[in-house]
Ligand binder design. Structure first.
Ligand code: 13P
Length: 255
């Protein structure tokens, strides 16, 4: 497995944090700290911060993403935002299928797939989240769950479109809990997801697709997690709100 086939991607998922002024300040603090990054850097902000983030990241090496999008182009979907609305703003990335969407907002593998399709059709790069619950890990069905989530989410996605897919393996029990998967656990499941991609497409496609780990990744544990051959970056929640911590993770990924 050759890690040089793909560039690491460190993405911050700000979740429902930071107002517009705070977003501008955070980007301003972050930009000089990560300007020499040896990996791709993305910040995924609340919808209401996207235009501020896009403006503040101009001329920097940071990409901007949203945290969800709807599958329809437009219509009677109160409270939703379409993929085209994001690209119109200049947004390049979108997180789809985050476990918090699945857990609290009724997202299913099928709606994740529909959202992935819409995002790709709009030209967005998708950060597709998969991951098992604690009970599922304890039942020994982590691979089945992650494999199924990956397969359903990528239904109808062509080999060529895989260039616009980043997979994020986020074990639900490790999100916001301070309980990180061990580097071996993270590496094992990321490797398994890559084997699913090889089965769905081919080995070259699987080798070219970045697979991130997410779940309590921080400045202290990032280097070890990222040293795993199949872990190509991270999707960072809490630590992405602290410029020095996020920058340290970016530095670890660029090594
Ligand atoms: P934490 O890094 O806060 O555990 O969140 C991870 C996550 O859900 C990123 O999408």
């Amino acid at each position: 497995m050759n890690k040089n086939l793909r560039k690491a991607v460190i993405a911050g998922n700000w979740k429902m944090n930071k107002n517009r002024a705070e977003a501008k300040a955070l980007v301003g603090e972050l930009a000089p700290l990560i300007k020499d990054a040896g990996c791709d850097v993305v910040i995924c902000t609340p919808f209401t911060d996207l235009d501020v983030a896009l403006e503040a990241t101009k001329g920097t090496n940071m990409g901007v993403g949203a945290q969800n999008c709807h599958w329809a182009k437009s219509g009677a979907f109160t409270g939703e935002i379409s993929a085209d609305m994001l690209t119109e703003l200049g947004v390049q990335y979108v997180i789809i299928g985050h476990s918090e969407r699945r857990q609290y907002f009724g997202e299913t593998d099928l709606t994740v797939n529909q959202r992935v399709r819409a995002a790709l059709d709009a030209g967005l790069t998708v950060i597709l989240c998969v991951g098992e619950l604690l009970e599922q890990r304890e039942q020994g069905i982590t691979r089945e769950i992650c494999g199924m989530q990956t397969r359903v989410a990528l239904g109808g996605v062509s080999q060529d479109e895989m260039k616009k897919i980043i997979v994020a393996y986020e074990p639900v029990w490790a999100i916001g809990t301070g309980k990180t998967a061990t580097a071996e656990q993270a590496g094992e499941v990321c490797g398994f997801i890559r084997s699913v991609l090889a089965d769905l497409y081919d080995q070259a496609t699987a080798d070219a697709t970045p697979i991130q780990y997410g779940g309590s990744m921080n400045a202290a544990n990032a280097a070890e997690l990222l040293s795993q051959p199949d872990v190509d970056g991270g999707l960072i929640g809490g630590a992405s709100l602290k410029p020095a911590d996020f920058a340290a993770i970016v530095a670890a990924a660029g090594k």
